[in-house]
Ligand binder design. Structure first.
Ligand code: SIN
Length: 359
């Protein structure tokens, strides 16, 4: 009798242990696979002391050390890391973007990769994010993240930003939203975000158009949809590209002349973004050089240095007559990216204008 009872108790205990083990395993297998691609920046930076928040060295800590510094991420994702570059982001170039985009596309094509986090310097983070937003061919989340304080600083923002970014990249709610930027507990769309302050941790802003969500307790909360086309819905394909056409920016200011525009024409640029004053106005001493550049085949995009608002087509210049393109709301640095990609497809200003109203 006693023997039978203890046999039953043993069987029940065994069944319970089996259920607990299976539940734990199921829990484990549910974790998303997130790959962290490290490129350098302040998030991987080190300073001489814990109070060194300026004058530190960016891009010194490797990806494995970044991951190990935030053990909490292993509870929310199965994380692997790759060191793609180790640079300060002021040195980010078109060649880096092509390598990075191809790696992102290759990883996202793998069924065992659910999302990607890219650690990046903040200085050109918005540009890399927008480039990827136009060329990544997957709906899976791609999250670009950085930090304003080096890893050695008091209250370094890198660890929490990385934790949030991994959560976001592994979240089904981030699928199909285009490339996202996760900084300071906020989620920004790649197209509209910009660095707005030289040093503070709340520097990333989408300003008038607004961020699209928050991350709280590691959980993303979205409040807005991105309306411009991106990722799988663009016409751009970098898979066979090993270079991008030269496009540069000429900046307008009081008393500006035509030296920069003429130098860019002489350097062989295929396209030029004019960062005009106000609503993209063209100073009289610059305009003839821009017209001459267009006559020689260079595509001119009229943008604004203001930072907000639509550059009105045929507003401050007769774009139809000049055969210029307007940048819509894109900042000059992002207009440069779209123009480069546009020039890989066409030289038609009509088509390029369509792209500026699409992406
Ligand atoms: C960089 O952009 O690489 C340096 C600055 C930063 O990451 O905040």
């Amino acid at each position: 009798m006693l023997f039978h009872r203890s046999k039953r108790a043993f069987a029940a205990l065994f069944a319970l242990l089996f259920l607990l083990a299976s539940a734990a395993q199921a829990q484990g297998t549910k974790l998303p696979n997130v790959t962290i691609l490290a490129t350098g920046g302040t998030i991987a930076g080190t300073g001489a002391t814990s109070t060194t928040t300026v004058g530190y060295t960016a891009a010194t800590v490797g990806v494995q050390a970044l991951i190990q510094a935030v053990p909490e991420i292993t509870k929310v994702a199965k994380v692997s890391g790759e060191q793609v570059f180790q640079i300060a982001s002021e040195n980010m170039g078109n060649e880096h973007w092509l390598i990075l985009a191809k790696r992102v596309n290759a990883l996202l094509a793998q069924p065992d990769v659910d999302g990607i986090v890219i650690t990046h310097g903040t200085d050109t983070l918005e540009e890399t994010a927008y480039f990827l937003n136009l060329v990544v061919k997957s709906k899976k989340p791609v999250v670009v993240v950085g930090s304003m304080r080096p890893s050695t600083a008091l209250s370094a923002d890198g660890p929490i930003n990385l934790y949030n970014a991994v959560n976001l990249a592994g979240s089904p709610s981030a699928v199909g939203k285009g490339v996202l930027v996760a900084m300071n507990d906020q989620i920004h769309a790649a197209r509209d975000v910009t660095k707005s302050n030289t040093t503070t941790t709340d520097t990333f802003r989408s300003s008038e158009l607004g961020m699209i969500g928050y991350i709280q307790g590691g959980k993303p909360f979205f409040y807005r949809e991105v309306t411009r086309k991106h990722t799988v819905d663009t016409e751009f394909d970098v898979s066979k590209l090993d270079a991008l056409p030269q496009v540069d920016v000429a900046y307008a200011y009081a008393n500006v002349g035509d030296v920069a525009v003429k130098a860019l024409v002489a350097s062989g640029a295929k396209g030029l973004v004019h960062a005009g004053v106000g609503n993209g106005s063209l100073p009289a001493k610059t305009k003839p050089a821009l017209i001459a550049a267009r006559e020689q085949g260079m595509v001119i995009v009229r943008s604004a240095r203001v930072g907000q608002g639509i550059v009105a087509r045929n507003g401050e210049a007769n774009d139809d007559q000049l055969d210029f393109v307007v940048s819509d709301t894109l900042s000059p640095q992002k207009a440069r990216i779209l123009l480069m990609l546009a020039l890989t497809k066409t030289n038609s200003t009509k088509e390029i204008q369509r792209m500026f109203y699409t992406y």
